[in-house]
Design a protein around this ligand. Structure first.
Ligand SMILES: Cc1cc2nc3c(=O)[nH]c(=O)nc-3n(C[C@H](O)[C@H](O)[C@H](O)COP(=O)(O)OP(=O)(O)OC[C@H]3O[C@@H](n4cnc5c(N)ncnc54)[C@H](O)[C@@H]3O)c2cc1C
Length: 378
């Protein structure tokens, strides 16, 4: 198999690079091993101040409505975070306290939405809270086993009976000026959260639950669909196992499922994520990039890898693969001519591209732009 560009990793960075290249008429393949950080996504794309217009248009073309307003977002523990570019179903509040009385609604038997923490946090900010549970018969089969009562399973049921939930909440509602619900709506249909907000008798907001994240999985599915509609090849559940490199140029890769056949490419993009996705791995003495054995920037003294304060920014999160100015990955001190490294595998090595989702999006754009404007490899 031969492609213009081979992308390793199908998280936010890999999909963004793939879509951008397909939009430019390139033939690409994405090989993606498994879960990615979008499965834990809060619904808010951090660090997207730069290139906000390009990022917003990118999502809108993929059928993912996003918005940004000055304000703050209500977090699962009842605390607040400054606003950032968010999915449309993330409600941003202009000030604290956000309401005088709030109704917090959960599903009976759903333990991944912490209503008591949420109420405690809000009450510290002067909001009186009342907690109610919904007991829909459509969820009975999930309640038979506690492991089934998870966000994505609830969202599957809610895709077809969200109107019943709204009808029950309307009955529960008294005089509260805010209704808070777990973020378990609109797994397949992104318009459902907006319809719920419009149908409820007071201002409402969806609050994050324990993973998997319903808005994150929906975003991943929509990006993948966009990529495939544009003609991209997505090899789901496969893993790149080795790469051939000669004279500073990557020529091909092998994958677990393709056995002995190779995938050839003119360009390669490494978007295999950080420690969480195994794009980086830590041994007792070093941090390595396991596939290409790229150079990694990390602190030699292991005591400098972390801080005792659990909540402090941890230095190991800044470790990442080394790149030149144009995001070519560096191996043995030399940039590889046709391999770009993008997304969270960079850690904090490229603060010029921001952090979090902003880093994934902007480095993916930059690599795709470099490929579409560069001359063919010699
Ligand atoms: C738990 C968690 C939650 C986060 N939440 C947010 C948030 O809410 N907002 C925000 O702005 N940022 C968030 N971030 C930051 C996050 O890193 C970025 O937002 C972004 O999603 C990272 O995308 P990525 O594509 O670089 O990496 P990833 O999403 O990690 O994707 C990498 C993919 O590469 C695959 N892969 C790895 N090795 C191979 C291989 N050899 N072959 C094939 N595939 C391979 C992995 O299986 C994975 O699917 C979060 C990070 C984590 C870890």
């Amino acid at each position: 198999m031969r492609f213009d560009t081979v992308i390793i990793g199908g998280g936010l960075a890999g999909l963004t690079a793939g879509i951008t290249l397909q939009e430019a008429g390139r033939k690409t393949v994405i090989v993606s091993a498994g879960q990615n950080a979008l499965h834990f996504f809060s619904g808010t794309f951090e660090s997207t101040e730069a290139e906000r217009e390009r990022i917003t248009e990118f999502f809108v073309r993929a059928g993912i409505p996003v918005h940004f307003q000055d304000g703050q977002r209500l977090m699962p523990a009842g605390t607040f975070r400054p606003a950032a570019l968010s999915l449309e179903d993330v409600t941003l509040f202009p000030q604290t306290p956000v309401s005088s009385k709030a109704l917090i609604v959960n599903f009976s038997g759903f333990h991944d939405f912490f209503t008591a923490f949420l109420a405690e946090g809000l009450e510290k900010n002067g909001t009186t809270c009342r907690i109610c549970t919904l007991d829909l018969p459509e969820m009975e089969h999930l309640r038979l086993s506690p492991s089934e009562m998870r966000s994505v399973n609830i969202a599957r049921v809610m895709d077809s009976c969200w109107e019943k939930a709204v009808a029950d909440i309307r009955v529960m509602h008294k005089d509260e000026d805010l209704i808070l619900l777990p973020q378990v709506f609109g797994l397949k249909d992104a318009s459902i959260p907006g319809k719920i907000l419009a149908a409820l008798p007071a201002r409402a907001a969806f609050i994050g639950t324990m993973p998997p994240s319903v808005p994150g999985i929906r975003t991943q599915m929509q990006l993948k669909r966009r990529y495939e509609i544009l003609g991209g090849t997505f090899l789901m559940g496969d893993e790149v196992t080795s790469a051939a490199i000669h004279d500073g140029v990557v020529s091909s890769i092998t994958t677990r499922n393709l056995d002995t056949s190779r995938i050839f490419g003119e360009y390669f993009i490494l978007a295999s994520g950080g420690y969480f996705s195994k794009g980086l791995a830590a041994t007792p003495v070093q941090v390595v990039e396991p596939l290409f054995r790229l150079d990694v920037a990390f602190e030699e003294d292991r005591n400098g890898w972390y801080r005792q304060d659990f909540f402090a920014d941890q230095p190991y999160m800044d470790f990442g693969v080394k790149t030149d100015a144009d995001l070519h990955a560096v191996k043995d001190g030399q940039p590889l001519k046709n391999l770009f490294a993008v997304g969270s595998i960079l850690g904090g090595t490229r603060p010029d591209f921001g952090s979090a989702a902003g880093l994934a999006l902007r480095t993916a754009f930059a690599a795709a732009d470099a490929i579409t404007t560069s001359k063919p490899q010699e």
